[in-house]
Design a protein around this ligand. Structure first.
Ligand SMILES: [Zn+2]
Length: 437
């Protein structure tokens, strides 16, 4: 504070007028707060006027008679939404405030800004898609350049779009997205475009999600298993504390550490760029036997009592001990370290939010930021982390949402569902503007 407090009647500073944020453009009901405060005198009055063309509305006209009142705040966004009929275009807010000092100091401020009321233009270029619960899809669309963000929203999960290489069409975008295996099959799958002030366009992407049968599996854990996995994971994981018994610590690992590991995968996805780093079908580990399927719902028992329930978001594949682990496709290594329930693990970013995870390895031969080829050896299989025996845990994630690898192991599925959508002949831009009028 610049002025010494306690000047009383000789206060020479007017009230301070402050908005909670800078704004050049706002939507129909902006989130915006105004605070008026005076350092040493009570406030006497505050007046806020909003003008646009011929329209002038007094949002606030307060006179105070409270010797203790030196600060007031207003929800300007709410007042605008309740009392003003905004038009697209420029507007001005004028604020005046006076204090109760001898000089009745008056402060004034005004802000020029735009009301932006129209959402971005959004056009679905792909036909309506059929998607499997737990499965992936690719959608092609076009969005106007006033969009700040666009992509596909499926329940709580957002899958951002990236520029699509469609000749002569700079507004074309694509988004790889998934309907998570644990979302209801009737969850709406919506294309979304939002501008900086929050105006939003929505378009339905899919009419039907094919439900997937859930496989229930019982897992019995015994003391031998707990003694094998719990001390190792604890010794290498800061986040997990001893819960007083092996079985309680195991449940903490199986539930909370599992969630922390998956949160980290979501974080890593944020850095995935829009370029496909892969080519051709994804490889299932050569010569491997499937030991456990994607999204098995597991109930864990100890001493005959259920102690936990978790979903297995990948495939367990086994060959022989210390089998060389092949990269399912080309990409960039984003994690190569001891990684909680997955033990020694490698995560490869394949671009556009798609990542593959290799868990329980005995050794790792690659490092972070390394580019790897399809089939390149990443290390050897093992039983680190939450593993009872030597096997590979293979997981695929789209922006952190686990997806069924079966689709990506099938080159025909990739052709039909990931690559073919790019071949849709896009209408010329003039046709678009006619279509949205
Ligand atoms: Zn597994």
């Amino acid at each position: 504070m610049l002025l010494a407090a306690g000047c009383g009647a000789f206060d020479s500073e007017p009230p301070v007028i402050a908005f909670d944020r800078d704004f050049d453009a706002v939507g129909r009901s902006p989130a915006m707060e105004l605070t008026v405060s005076d350092a040493d005198s009570p406030l006497q009055g505050v007046r806020v006027v909003l003008t646009q063309d011929e329209q002038e509305v007094v949002l606030v006209d307060d006179a105070f008679d409270d010797p203790a009142l030196q600060t007031v705040s207003y929800d300007l966004g709410g007042l605008i939404a309740d009392t003003f009929q905004p038009q697209e275009g420029p507007a001005r807010l004028t604020v005046t405030a006076s204090d109760d000092s001898a000089g009745n100091n008056e402060g004034a401020a005004s802000r020029d800004f735009r009301f932006d009321l129209y959402p971005p233009e959004l056009q679905l270029l792909s036909p309506l898609l059929y998607i499997n619960q737990g499965g992936s899809a690719n959608v092609l669309y076009r969005v106007s350049d006033d969009a700040d963000v666009s992509g596909v929203q499926v329940g709580p999960h957002f899958f951002p779009g990236f520029p699509a290489e469609v000749p002569g069409d700079e507004d074309a975008r694509f988004a790889l997205f998934a309907v998570a295996y644990d979302l209801p099959a009737d969850t709406p799958v919506m294309l979304v475009a939002r501008d900086v002030v929050g105006n939003e366009s929505l378009t339905r992407v899919s009419n039907r999600v094919s439900p997937r049968a859930i496989r229930e599996r019982d897992i019995h854990v015994d003391d031998d298993f707990l003694r094998k996995v719990v001390p190792e994971i604890m010794s290498r994981t800061r986040e997990i504390r001893d819960q007083g018994s092996l079985v309680d610590t195991y449940v903490e690992i199986n539930s909370r550490l599992r969630e922390l590991n998956h949160a980290r995968i979501r974080e890593l996805s944020a850095a995935s760029g829009g370029e496909f780093l892969w080519e051709g079908g994804f490889l299932q580990l050569s010569n491997s036997q499937v030991e456990a399927l994607f999204a098995d719902r597991r109930t864990y028992y100890y001493d005959g009592e259920p102690i936990d329930r978790q979903d297995h978001v990948g495939f367990d594949l086994s060959v022989v001990a210390r089998y060389p682990i092949e990269a399912a496709n080309s990409g960039r290594v984003v994690l190569a370290e001891y990684f909680g329930i997955y033990g020694n693990a490698v995560i490869i970013d394949h671009g556009a939010g798609l990542m593959s995870l290799y868990g329980h390895m005995s050794s790792i031969d690659v490092g972070p930021d390394q580019n790897v080829e399809r089939g390149q050896i990443l290390g050897r299989s093992g039983e680190t982390g939450l593993a009872g025996g030597d096997h590979l845990h293979f997981g695929l994630f789209l922006h952190g949402v686990p997806v069924n690898p079966i689709e990506w192991w099938d080159p025909r599925w990739i052709e039909d569902h990931v690559l073919d959508p790019f071949d849709i002949a896009a209408p010329a831009p003039q046709q678009l503007s006619e279509a949205v009028q």
